[in-house]
Design a protein around this ligand. Structure first.
Ligand code: ZDP
Length: 309
């Protein structure tokens, strides 16, 4: 499967996005928006990373935070389909939480799976992930357990607890931030701020200025998604995200999962938490009592429009 978020070549803003007409459907989950492509006839994405980046451009393309391809599952593995995604800069992440909710809706809407199938088994760069289409239109996803071992996140920050980097200090923009590093298949660095207090004043945070300093910090060899969190209670937080390869987005599903895992590890949060993102709420539950429980994410996913590029 895909290598971890390969750095994309500079996206060519091509006048023509592909040589032959490409049908797509636009979906969004909490304002995290994606261009979905039925790629079931081929194991290779129908677009190059450069073409995907051009489609994602909000001025000269369709507009989106990424392009998601619904590809055939490997034969004999029992999965229903595979997911690959390119970020809006053309880099390829392993997983995408909001995206997989959109993909499950797309697979049903486009009749790529039997209509009665509620839980889909999806092959991703982070292994087999299982979204369930709920009767109320929400999608609940079994995201699997988090990866906490610092070298596997990956982060070069020195582990502070077992193999994990929990409240590990990191110098950025003249301040010492306390970072907890979690992989949900893709890398996340979660911070509740520079002290043990109740998190960050998100209204005062200059995300566009500070986000890239975390994303490309040498402490994160595969770059990182960064979550900035304000605590409202042990079961309710606000979170802002700077995404690897996509910048400030309205929501990040894997980031919301990573935030709750980090909050539990730091002793700040319970294991069932509402995460308010700029685009709306996600509901996260970390099962069990130890570090190896599965994370469940529940949230919306909606079809916006279909088109041909
Ligand atoms: O890891 C990355 O490079 C992310 N930008 C991938 C996208 C994550 C996403 N926002 C999510 O919801 O998990 C789609």
């Amino acid at each position: 499967m895909a290598a971890a978020a390969r750095r994309a070549p500079t996206a060519a803003r091509a006048a023509s996005i592909s040589s032959s007409p490409l049908s797509f459907v636009k979906y969004q989950g909490l304002g995290n928006d994606f261009i979905l492509v039925d790629n079931m006839a081929s194991p290779t994405p129908l677009l190059t990373p450069e073409q995907a980046a051009a489609l994602c451009d909000r001025h000269t393309g369709v507009g989106g935070d990424g392009v998601i391809f619904c590809l055939p599952a490997p034969a004999g593995g029992g999965a229903d389909y595979s997911m690959r995604i390119y970020n809006s800069d053309g880099s390829e992440p392993e997983m995408c939480g909001n995206g997989i909710r959109c993909l499950a809706r797309f697979a049903r809407d486009a009749a790529l799976v039997p209509p009665a199938l509620e839980t889909h088994a999806v092959v991703t760069g982070a292994g087999l992930i299982r979204p369930t289409l709920m009767e109320d239109g929400m999608v609940r996803v079994d995201m699997g357990p988090p990866i906490l071992e610092a070298v596997r996140v990956p982060t070069a920050l020195a582990p502070t607890r077992g193999g994990a980097a929990v409240q590990a200090p990191l110098e950025v923009a003249g301040a010492t931030w306390l970072m907890t590093c979690v992989s949900m298949g893709n890398p996340h660095a979660v911070t509740f701020g520079t002290t043990a207090a109740n998190g960050i004043d998100l209204d005062a945070l200059d995300l566009a200025q500070i986000g890239p300093l975390f994303e490309s910090h040498p402490a994160f060899p595969a770059r990182t998604n960064t979550e900035f969190v304000h605590i409202l209670s042990r079961s309710h937080v606000r979170m802002a995200v700077w995404e690897r390869g996509a910048g400030a987005t309205l929501a990040c599903g894997t980031g919301a999962c990573a935030t709750v895992v980090a909050g539990v590890l730091e002793g700040r949060l319970d294991r069932a938490v509402r995460v308010d993102l700029p685009g709306g709420p996600l509901f996260i539950e970390w099962e069990g009592e130890g570090d190896d429980g599965t994370v469940f994410m529940t949230g919306a996913a909606e079809r916006v429009f279909a088109g041909v590029a």
